[in-house]
Design a protein around this ligand. Structure first.
Ligand SMILES: [Fe+2]
Ligand SMILES: [Fe+2]
Length: 218
């Protein structure tokens, strides 16, 4: 474990238990990035309870595993035709998360409080509590990260301009905390501005992807 590790030691067993349920529709990648965002939001919102929010982030989407894979993209996106599956995945997530939490019993974690915010994390829009708001902001905030935008664009085979439109028209309005709203708006603005480099400079960004993956010293 190093300071750069995303998951807290308390939540690593939960992550291991959740992984077999997260290998559909990039949910495993989504969960890692959303957890990192949740930690950043919690650092800005100390009144929220990390022992509720973080386990909930790890387990909130495990239920998608029980939805037939070919239907997954119909449940989300700009014009979803199977919204009923969104509620269904929440109910499956609660059942699976309950089994995992009651088996592992992580120290200091209020299991019912975790399950209460997993239930309804997508189908309720208002903040039912501060913990609920931070979970939702980490989840929806993921869409505004470079990883989230690339992933969603890949699912639907659409350009980043479509994703930016979806974020501005629909998704960013769902952010519930001032900190989450700032995160989403800033991420969206930065990616949108990067798209205009071509317009102002007559060429794209010098480094469109990370040029080196590891090993460099600076
Ligand atoms: Fe979800
Ligand atoms: Fe999610």
């Amino acid at each position: 474990m190093s300071a750069a590790d995303v998951f807290l030691p308390r939540d690593l067993p939960l992550w291991q238990a959740a992984r077999p349920f997260l290998d559909v529709r990039n949910n495993d990648e989504h969960t890692i990035v959303a957890y990192g965002l949740a930690r950043a939001l919690l650092a800005q919102i100390p009144e929220a309870d990390e022992s509720v929010v973080l386990p909930a982030v790890v387990l909130h989407d495990v239920g998608w595993k029980r939805i037939p894979e070919e239907l997954l993209l119909l449940a989300i996106g700009r014009n979803p035709t199977r919204k009923d599956l969104v509620r269904e995945h929440e109910l499956h997530s609660v059942a699976i998360a309950r089994e995992i939490l009651e088996r592992l019993r992580p120290a200091g974690v209020d299991i019912e409080a975790v399950l209460a915010i997993i239930d309804g994390h997508d189908t309720t829009r208002e903040a039912r509590s501060l913990n609920d708001a931070v979970l939702k902001d980490a989840d929806k905030g993921w869409r505004t990260t470079p990883h989230g935008m690339r992933t969603i664009a890949g699912w639907y085979g659409v350009p980043v301009t479509e994703i930016l439109m979806m974020l501005r028209e629909r998704s960013n309005a769902l952010m519930l905390t001032p900190q989450g709203r700032a995160l989403a708006e800033a991420n969206t603005a930065a990616v949108a501005a990067e798209q205009q480099i071509q317009q102002y400079l007559g060429r794209g960004p010098e480094f469109p992807v990370f040029a080196v993956s590891e090993g460099a010293q600076w």
